[in-house]
Design a protein around this ligand. Structure first.
Ligand code: SF4
Ligand code: SF4
Length: 407
């Protein structure tokens, strides 16, 4: 892991050309010069020269970043801004003596408690049927303002897509995989887990669950390396059996679990990361057919590759629409979406306006946080027909037949 000082040369490389402005979603939504890489590099230059230090205010500006990496792909000097901001935030945590309140707000205990509370609310809304009531009156609730929009957003998270039990046709298990379920499946809504299980069991892959903790991506992104390393080491130690795959169905978990080997630098971490396999990789050779004609588009999460889009394009019977900015950030990125709600909502809105008015039935993606971003954007748009944001595996399990097996 490189330290902040190791990036000094990269920071000097910034020519202040300003090209990053045109691609930075935070700048486009806020028009705040400090949000764009160039602005943050000005601040970091001040730190290198000794004119500034890693204060709460500097951290606040460094946090104005979703970590989407769009500026890296666009920057003529090839600067990896996201990596530099994370290294700078690590210095903040090293320098700063957090108050007890700040420690509590940053704690994994609070994060897990919030997830458990959301999970309990989801359970109560589902068994009481409230989630169906909110869905039915969604358009009216959206008009009530901020709280109505938040309620619809929460409901989109927990609404059960599988209202009937799906069971895979009889299969013989040829391989066993450890399943990294991720926080969303574990605490809030396990529809995606059920769909992945359904699709993979038909391919002869059985699941073992290991009660893993969060992958740690939001702590890594925040520069809170101490908390990230605790979670990483716990997860590495829990993978204590001999398996071929460690399956993830979330683009962000998949990305960060593969990075463990670079942070822990141990044989166990290398073994762990080498087994991490995105569920997409295991289903990409299956031929699917939609159960009825459907118009679909995709949203590519910042942490995913373009592979899953090929899976979608190859589904027989769908009308695939390539939407402008389909691979741009959805605005929902861990702590960023909580700390900068207004900007986050505006990024999501700008994104989703490309998908409305085109008669699209579904927007398919592979990350639970992106589903939140897409739904957050849809809640901001007033349109008679809006697409449904859906996870790839849920879409394949619910709206497609398989025409052939992968192996
Ligand atoms: S595009 Fe790169 S070189 Fe140009 S201002 Fe942005 S970070 Fe600096
Ligand atoms: S990583 Fe994305 S959000 Fe962050 S500064 Fe670059 S373009 Fe903006």
């Amino acid at each position: 892991m490189k330290n902040f000082e190791d990036y000094e040369e990269d920071i000097y490389k910034c020519s202040r050309c300003g090209l990053c402005q045109s691609v930075c979603p935070v700048y486009r939504a806020s028009l705040n010069e400090c949000a764009v890489s160039r602005g943050k590099f000005n601040i970091l230059n001040g730190i290198i020269k000794g004119d500034l230090h890693f204060s709460d205010n500097v951290k606040k500006y460094l946090d104005l970043c979703t970590g989407c990496n769009a500026c890296k792909d666009f920057c003529p000097s090839g600067i990896n801004a996201r990596e530099i901001f994370v290294a700078a935030k690590r210095e903040y945590y090293k320098d700063k003596k957090l108050t007890p309140a700040q420690k509590f707000l940053n704690s994994y205990f609070l994060f897990k408690t919030l997830l458990c509370c959301t999970g309990a609310a989801a359970f109560l809304m589902r068994i009481s049927g409230l989630t169906y009531v909110v869905k039915f009156f969604e358009n009216i609730i959206l008009k009530t303002g901020y709280l109505g929009k938040r309620l619809v957003l929460l409901n989109s998270l927990i609404f059960p897509v599988f209202n009937k039990k799906l069971s895979a046709k009889k299969c013989t298990k040829k391989q066993t995989a450890v399943y990294f379920e991720g926080c969303f499946n574990k605490y809030i809504n396990d529809d995606t887990e059920k769909a992945v299980k359904f699709l993979l069991e038909q391919n002869g892959i059985g699941f073992i669950k290991k009660d893993f903790e969060c992958c740690g991506i939001s702590y890594l992104q925040d520069g809170n390396t101490m908390q990230f390393e605790k979670l990483m080491n716990t997860n590495i130690n829990k993978q204590d059996c001999d398996c071929v795959y460690l399956i993830t169905d979330c683009a962000s978990c998949n990305f960060v679990l593969k990075e463990y080997q670079n942070y822990a630098n141990t044989r166990a971490a290398a073994d762990f990361s080498s087994k991490v396999t995105g569920a997409v990789e295991l289903i990409k050779d299956i031929n699917f057919e939609a159960i009825k004609p459907l118009k679909v588009a995709v949203h590519k999460p910042c942490h995913d590759s373009y592979d899953f889009i090929e899976v979608v394009k190859n589904i027989r019977g769908i009308d695939f629409v390539e939407v402008e900015d389909y691979d741009k950030c959805c605005g929902f990125s861990g702590k960023f979406a909580i700390q900068n709600q207004k900007i986050s909502r505006e990024i999501s809105r700008q994104k989703m306006q490309h998908y409305t008015g085109k008669d699209i039935d579904f927007v398919i993606t592979t990350c639970p946080a992106c589903l939140l971003g897409l739904n957050q954007g849809l809640a901001e748009i007033d349109a008679s027909k809006k697409p449904i944001a859906i996870n790839l595996f849920v879409f394949l399990a619910k709206y497609c037949h398989r025409l052939s097996d992968a192996f």
